[in-house]
Design a protein around this ligand. Structure first.
Ligand code: BES
Ligand code: ZN
Length: 512
């Protein structure tokens, strides 16, 4: 981006702040809750159509890919593919985002209606504002700005937006595999960029090169035929709920130690180099406590120093217990014996942990523990979502382009961080295409994604649009052949360890 254009671009973005807020308000107003398709499939589809209409308006090509998992029983939203094509000789970046959101109700403890965007003190409150509608839509406003200023895009932009991310990206893995084949949509993509995570702090931008994976389980205990009165029948039967809470309690101790045999076996030992990475990260334990809603009644976290806290959030697996389906959960007292209950828990996985292997360990553990109860009830264990962890190389030119963009907008170098959360398709994209994926977060650590009062700072939104816009131009400056043109065999693990060898197409075998 030339200095002159950069200033014009920044001015354009600044002038359009009110318009961006208005559009985000429209998007947040569509309750596109993917975990409740029975009630919200129409909304998820509407959100996808709304976005498609913007791409169409801007002259992009669009295609709604029918969800490959559709069946007689269930219909999923389509996947929205879009394209702003400039020149076949130019490189291509594909941006991914999700247009679906987590459920939210005012009664959950929101101060305002979750599906009405409310501006207060420079912050935009609403479900999906930061996760992920705000960041995902930025790309469209960047294309619009280029058109308004009469400047060509520096490279081709492809867009892949889905509506099922919060429910495990149903159908997207198959679509990525198909679209990654020769001649298909993803085949000529050289770089990927995803803005669907957050800074580690409130003020300093970062680039993220690692995510944890996920193994989400449901463990059901089926007891009697129907719910019963505990006064009538308590004392006569083996209660499903009693079995289940005992089982769930054997999974993890109160200090977060996972008690399932075999789960820690594949966790990489810490090297001094990796340990050193944590020292320089701009993260303060005290402000983390204050600003993220994590404060405990006793003000005590599991770890009180930066390094251990970050490592346990990013590079070690964890096991969290989420809930029990079928159990009484309302206010007050209900003297019921639930007939059958399903416990929900998940493990966040780290590199080298295979969800299938973890499933084996978890099943063996629960079956052994259940046998100890000598209960006549029926046990059923199911892995609902499985995703491997992901780790990239921050020295890749894709990351370096983003780092330069951050410097131009924020005037500082970004931190390089990993994340505890999961974006399961990240590894799938890499596997299907062999191209590098950059995570470029825009939102701040206290945005409260998935929680009450989710928000997006106006300053993060505005600077985010600027960073992503400048990033495009920095990518456009990268010299050399298109990484996607490289047809040579992938580098081996050892070859990948050689500094600089990570980028197929830049230092690949066909150039040696
Ligand atoms: N935006 C998040 C992913 C995320 C959260 C990345 C926190 C890094 C830090 C995304 O919308 C999400 O929540 N994904 C789910 C995926 C799951 C349903 C497979 C998650 O991580 O729980
Ligand atoms: Zn998200």
């Amino acid at each position: 981006m030339s200095e002159g254009f950069q200033q014009k671009f920044f001015d354009h973005v600044d002038k359009n702040q009110a318009l961006y807020i208005e559009r985000l308000a429209e998007a947040v107003g569509i309750p596109s809750i993917s975990s409740d398709l029975e009630n919200h499939l129409g909304d998820v589809n509407q959100m996808i159509d709304w976005t498609k209409a913007h791409i169409d308006r801007l002259g992009g090509k669009t295609n709604l890919v029918v969800n490959p998992l559709n069946s007689d029983k269930i219909t999923y939203p389509p996947i929205l593919l879009g394209e702003f094509h400039v020149d076949p000789k130019k490189k291509t970046v594909c941006v991914y985002g999700h247009l679906d959101v987590q459920p939210a109700e005012k009664d959950d403890g929101w101060d305002t209606e979750p599906f009405t965007l409310v501006e207060k003190d420079g912050k935009l409150y609403g479900r999906g504002s930061t996760d992920d509608k705000g960041p995902a839509l930025s790309w469209l406003w960047i294309v619009e700005a280029h058109q308004a200023l009469g400047v060509d895009l520096p490279l081709n932009i492809k867009i892949m937006y889905e509506g099922m991310e919060e429910y495990g990206s149903e159908g997207l893995f198959e679509t990525i595999r198909d679209e990654g084949k020769p001649g298909q949509f993803l085949d000529d993509v050289d770089f990927f960029c995803i803005s669907d995570n957050y800074w580690v702090g409130k003020t300093k931008p970062c680039l993220t090169y690692g995510l944890r994976g996920l193994a989400y389980f449901q463990v059901g205990v089926k007891g009697c035929e129907q719910d019963l009165h505990s006064g009538n029948h308590g004392g006569g039967i083996h209660e499903a709920m009693t079995d289940l809470v005992r089982l769930m309690a054997t999974l993890v101790d109160t200090n977060g130690k996972i008690l399932v045999d075999g789960v820690m076996d594949s966790v990489k030992p810490l090297t001094p180099e990796e340990e050193a990475l944590y020292e320089s990260i701009d993260f303060n334990v005290e402000s983390y406590k204050e600003e993220n809603g994590v404060k405990n009644v006793s003000d005590k976290l599991l770890y009180d120093n930066k390094k251990d806290l970050l490592m346990h959030r990013w590079r070690y697996p964890t096991l969290s217990i989420h809930g029990i389906e079928g159990a009484f959960s309302g206010k007050g007292a209900k003297t019921v014996i639930p007939a059958g209950v399903k416990g929900k828990f998940s493990l966040r996985l780290v590199p080298d942990q295979d969800p299938k292997q973890i499933e084996k360990c978890v099943k063996a553990h629960l079956e052994t523990e259940f046998a100890k109860l000598q209960s006549p009830n029926k046990l059923e264990i199911e892995l609902i979502h499985g995703a491997v962890a992901w780790l990239s190389d921050p020295k890749h030119p894709n990351y370096q382009a983003a780092a330069r963009a951050v410097e131009k907008v924020y005037g500082c170098e970004p931190d390089y961080t990993r994340e505890g959360g999961s974006i399961p398709i990240t590894s799938a994209i890499e596997e299907a295409t062999g191209m590098n994926v950059l995570l470029l977060p825009i939102g701040a650590c206290d945005d409260m994604a998935h929680s009450q009062n989710e928000k997006y700072n106006i300053s993060n939104m505005m600077n985010g649009i600027k960073v992503l816009g400048v990033y495009l131009h920095e990518l456009g400056k990268i010299q050399g052949p298109k990484p996607s043109d490289c047809k040579c065999i992938p580098l081996t693990q050892e070859e990948l360890m050689v500094p600089g060898a990570f980028l197929r197409g830049f230092k690949c075998k066909c150039e040696m």
